[in-house]
Ligand binder design. Sequence first.
Ligand code: GLU
Length: 301
Amino acid sequence: MDLAALLDRIADDVAPEIGRGAVADYIPALARVEPRQFGMAIAEVDGSVHGVGDWRRPFSIQSMSKVFTLALVLAHDDGVWTRVGREPSGDPFNSLVQLEHEDGIPRNPFINAGALVVTDELAHHGDATEALLRFLRKESGHPEIDVDSEVAASEAEHADRNRALAYFMASYRNMRNPVPAVLDQYVRQCSIAMSCHDVARSAVFLARHGLRNDGSRLLGQSAAKRVNAVMLTCGTYDAAGEFAYRVGLPGKSGVGGGIVAIVPGRCAVCVWSPGLDARGNSVAGVAALDRFTTLTGWSIF
Ligand code: GLU
């Protein structure tokens, strides 16, 4: 398949969707992003990468970071599953209510409460953000990948809800490290800036059943399968059912407008367009992935 031509066709097909939706406006640094941008990259398991549009422009990865932190934690051991579940929550990503009913154990690692637990677990093995940056820089081949300090400062100022989640879990003894330290790491991870190229290259280990770009193993085959499974069921806020219906791939979105999706055995795809739908998923991004699986037949179903 000519993936460069495929990407050109997808970009043409979704052009009417680009700029639709609303950019995230909970912090000024995201509210200012020009909505009429679109990029898409495909990183194949053999190492080749193809892209279209703004595929080399860095954007705020936000909750897409949650996939990588989960993988890095599971690379140590699978003890984190005693502290976080793997069921869709059906509640907004930053909801507090379920946590009280379920004794401080978050439903899954991709809602904020679950990601805070994962970051806490990763921080137990050393500096969590440094470990994440080291991994992303190596996989993408871009050593300049870093935290956007303006986004991080702004996130930290508006982190009351996440702070509340973390302290609430601490009250159930589901935090190992001091809350301020975990929160700082979490905020910094969300504030990393990367391009579609970098995200796709960094996520392709999930298409390679756990093998990194240099051939070394990050995750065993089962752990890689599990990360993909949780992405499918919980990766796109409370629209994971709709995403599975339209796209049919494991995916994880972020409020910066990025979505990373995995075609096991073939490739990782990252698409970015900042306009979000009411659930927080990129309008043009979901449309592009919908076209991608329709045109290629590369859904998991
Ligand atoms: N920094 C955001 C938060 O934790 C991440 C939101 C997201 O991309 O889902 O509120």
